[in-house]
Ligand binder design. Sequence first.
Ligand SMILES: [Zn+2]
Length: 267
Amino acid sequence: MTASSASRIDAPHRTPRRPQAWSLALLASQAAVAALWWRYGATVGLPAMLATHAPFWWGTLWPHSRVFGPVLNRLTTDERLVWLTIDDGPSDDTSAILDALDAHGAKATFFLVGARATARPDLVREIARRGHGVGNHSSTHPAKWFWALGPVRMRREIADTQRILSEILGAPPHWFRAVVGMSNPFVNAVLKSHGLARVAWSARGFDGVAGDPARAVARIERDLSPGAIVLLHEGATHGGNVETIRLLLQRLDGLGYRAVVPSPKKD
Ligand SMILES: [Zn+2]
């Protein structure tokens, strides 16, 4: 029996409802700022302008922010269940990670980069064949500039990967993971048109940049609790991702946690 068949859990699948609401808020707030500036000058107008810009920066740079739309940060359960999410594949690590997951009866969701999926479609099919989930993690993974992408490029990043993964797997993903966790005002309109819901995380070990598996797992363990969403990576140049996942799976077994993939539930 696998972990996922032993314990089922739903995840609220919330697609953005009003992805353009931010533009009305921006227009209204900047009209108010202009009026204040005109009436009282820069001593009032400038602080007012900075204050009205703050929510936009917060919504863009803070991965758990709901300023621009819904984001799932954790699951609701009293059971010792966690959702492992593995970003940035497929990669040279994917096969070893699949074997490690099988060895522990664990399931995970792989948030894949479209261009990498195009290059290695067999790995994508293997992920699905072994009962894991597949999510959308952009098509080119523009880590430095994702937060600053305009509406046309943002749509291409997300839509291309929906198409690529649909062609390989026969069905499009339900979940989207933002690149380096950032959002921006243009993400949610694309998510809405593709029926995608955004997933963040509640525990991470910085294993994308930190190559020491023991330290990465210790960081994750600090934030483990029932329903945690764990952020993991594959294919990092430091070469420590597979070992981090192996070590984490051992710790999860020791602590009595099961790694399961939740079913998307519309609400
Ligand atoms: Zn990534």
